[in-house]
Ligand binder design. Structure first.
Ligand SMILES: *[C@@H]1O[C@H](CO)[C@@H](O)[C@H](O)[C@H]1NC(C)=O
Ligand SMILES: *[C@@H]1O[C@H](CO)[C@@H](O)[C@H](O)[C@H]1NC(C)=O
Length: 148
């Protein structure tokens, strides 16, 4: 009895990681997108970033001003997906989770993200996350963290 259940579990895990790597429609989970947009002042030092999850390293990138570094993924079973990014700019650096919650993008946000779409902006005063006001139906950016 226990063995077939374990097998089913591993087959599900295999399928979800397959559709993650192929970037196709998610079979048993939701598809999410994360966008990181470079909104630093033109002419300022180059932004560098490195984003990864436990099993998916997205590499090092140097996005141009207004450049949108983005990726999509299928959420892991039981909502365990976590992506973090490390940012370097102007001899400062900061690392934090950019996705660790299917409802809020990041767990410590209070506003529910209905869109399965997490939009970050990197600015000279820190990191902003887009939120949606369901009363005014407007999107707005909230200051989430500062550079150190
Ligand atoms: C997402 O990234 C790709 C490059 O990987 C880029 O071509 C595209 O414009 C980006 N998406 C948006 C909405 O900017
Ligand atoms: C807007 O959000 C609040 C709580 O966040 C909720 O109580 C309310 O039902 C929502 N309104 C709509 C129109 O979705």
């Amino acid at each position: 009895m226990a063995l077939p259940l374990v097998n089913i579990f591993f087959i599900l895990l295999l399928i979800t990681s397959l559709d993650l790597s192929l970037g196709l429609k998610c079979l048993f989970s939701e598809k999410f997108e994360v966008h990181v947009i470079n909104k630093l002042p033109p002419g300022s030092p180059q932004l560098k970033l490195h984003c990864a999850s436990k099993d998916n390293d997205l590499g090092y990138h140097d996005p141009t001003i207004d450049g949108d570094f983005n990726w999509s993924f299928c959420s892991a079973l039981f909502g365990r997906t976590l992506y973090f990014c490390h940012f370097w700019w102007n001899s400062k650096d900061k690392a934090f989770d950019v996705f660790n919650s299917e409802f809020y993008c990041v767990k410590d946000q209070k506003v529910v993200n209905y869109l399965r779409y997490c939009k970050w902006e990197v600015r000279s005063d820190g990191f902003y996350l887009e939120q949606y006001n369901n009363e005014t139906k407007a999107y707005y950016m909230t200051h989430y963290l500062s550079w150190p």
